[in-house]
Design a protein around this ligand. Structure first.
Ligand code: SAM
Length: 195
């Protein structure tokens, strides 16, 4: 409940960047984190962990010697994440700077990218910048990118724009759900085979 109220406060201050009034449920987080299949040394990156519901789900299944990096733009969420997940690395910055962040930290390209970013609220240049980083990270790899879109916002112009661009840049696409036990219900979208 406290998470929910704090989250709503951040939404009121930054609606376009937070993009949701409640954190994701464990049902949605589990659907995002399914079949992570990481080998030792491989990296999973999470964009926009917020208060950390998917981070908690990753922590449950992350194999020993696999690596995690969260990238969170909001300073309060970033501080909360570092307190809540002291053994997991969380970077304070933007997903649009993925390449630089990985290089500065000496990390490999990720095998999986999980995203809680509100693409449907992002202006086109921000969508484009983040998509370029995702494609760069996954090109030539058998990894994948996972995100979610709320059912009620699925038809919005910005949500459709994001999916159309992703379909152009990826060979594989799967839509899971809707996850109706999440409030509000959401689809999980998975993309692989970056071109
Ligand atoms: C819809 S909330 C999702 C939070 C959490 N993943 C969940 O499912 O409950 C979006 C999150 O993305 C973060 N965010 C927005 N733009 C970002 C960016 N460019 N880079 C990293 N995080 C960003 C927001 O601060 C917020 O924590």
């Amino acid at each position: 409940m406290r998470d929910g109220l704090g989250f709503f406060g951040r939404f009121l201050r930054n609606p376009g960047s937070v993009g949701a009034v409640l954190p994701s449920s464990r049902y949605l987080s589990k659907a995002m984190v399914g079949r992570l299949d990481l080998q030792p040394g491989e990296l999973v990156v999470e964009f926009g962990p917020g208060t950390g519901p998917a981070t908690a789900a990753v922590r449950e299944v992350l194999p020993k010697h696999a690596q995690y990096l969260g990238i969170e733009l909001d300073p309060r969420f970033h501080r909360l994440l570092t307190e809540r997940f002291p053994t997991m690395a969380v970077h304070h910055g933007s997903a649009a700077d993925l390449r630089t962040i990985l290089a500065d930290r000496g990390l490999p390209r990720p095998k999986r990218i999980l995203s809680g970013l509100p693409f449907a609220s992002f202006p086109a240049p921000v969508q484009d910048a983040v998509i370029e980083e995702i494609v760069w990270a996954l090109r030539g790899s058998d990894g994948d990118f996972r995100t979610f879109q709320y059912v009620h916002a699925y038809g919005l112009r910005a949500a459709r724009r994001f999916r159309a661009l992703m379909r152009e840049r990826f060979d594989g696409f799967e839509r899971i759900g809707p996850i109706v036990r999440n409030v509000p219900p959401a689809f999980v979208l998975r993309y692989w085979g970056a071109k």
